[in-house]
Design a protein around this ligand. Sequence first.
Ligand code: HPA
Length: 234
Amino acid sequence: MSTHIGAKAGEIAERVLLPGDPLRAKFIAETFLENAVCYNNVRGMLGFTGTYKGKRVSVQGTGMGMPSIGIYAYELINFYGAKRLIRTGTCGSASKEFDLRDVVFAQAAATDSGVLRTRLGSEVAFPPVADFFLLRDAVEAAEGLGKKFKVGTVLSDDLFYNENSEERYALLNKYGVSCVEMECAELFTLGARHGVQTLGILTVSDMIFEDRFCTSEEREQSFTDMMEIALEAI
Ligand code: HPA
């Protein structure tokens, strides 16, 4: 057991999908995994281990934001031996090139968060990047499944509700930062620090500069694409 995960040693796989929503972890386990067993219910942050096409996989909810995913990813890596971790979640698009339901592989994550300054000071801007080989596996998995995807840089934002954000998103968009979410930068940073492979596979759920967002039906279908790609890739 670790502080926030109630699993015994060996109950969590080396390959872990990380949805923010614990109920999505349950959905993935029930829909795609064989013989899925729930190993965690601490704080309702459900985690399951099962097999996907013979491969042992865990799915662990992380909650929202970098402090929350940081806790779960740190414990998975350092106390349970996780080696390949893919965040599967949603993002908002700040770019015309990324539309609703697009599946986006986050290859890098800019962030306004204090988590990097707290670790490394403010003189160096550390770049949180996904693992190249895991990204390559995701590309091959999507191509094998015949599913479309895009690759981009995301912003891992600390605040979901921020009255000053639109100008900032528009500026960052000029630097190729296309989508906004709240977790990848911390996951990628932990991957770098602890020598494990990390990636974000996201689905665009809302258009930040337009009043458009996915209906629940659309969410279900496109989220399923993202989950299948992640399960094939992990
Ligand atoms: N902002 C931050 N995180 C998000 C968004 C967003 O617009 N959409 C989905 N996750």
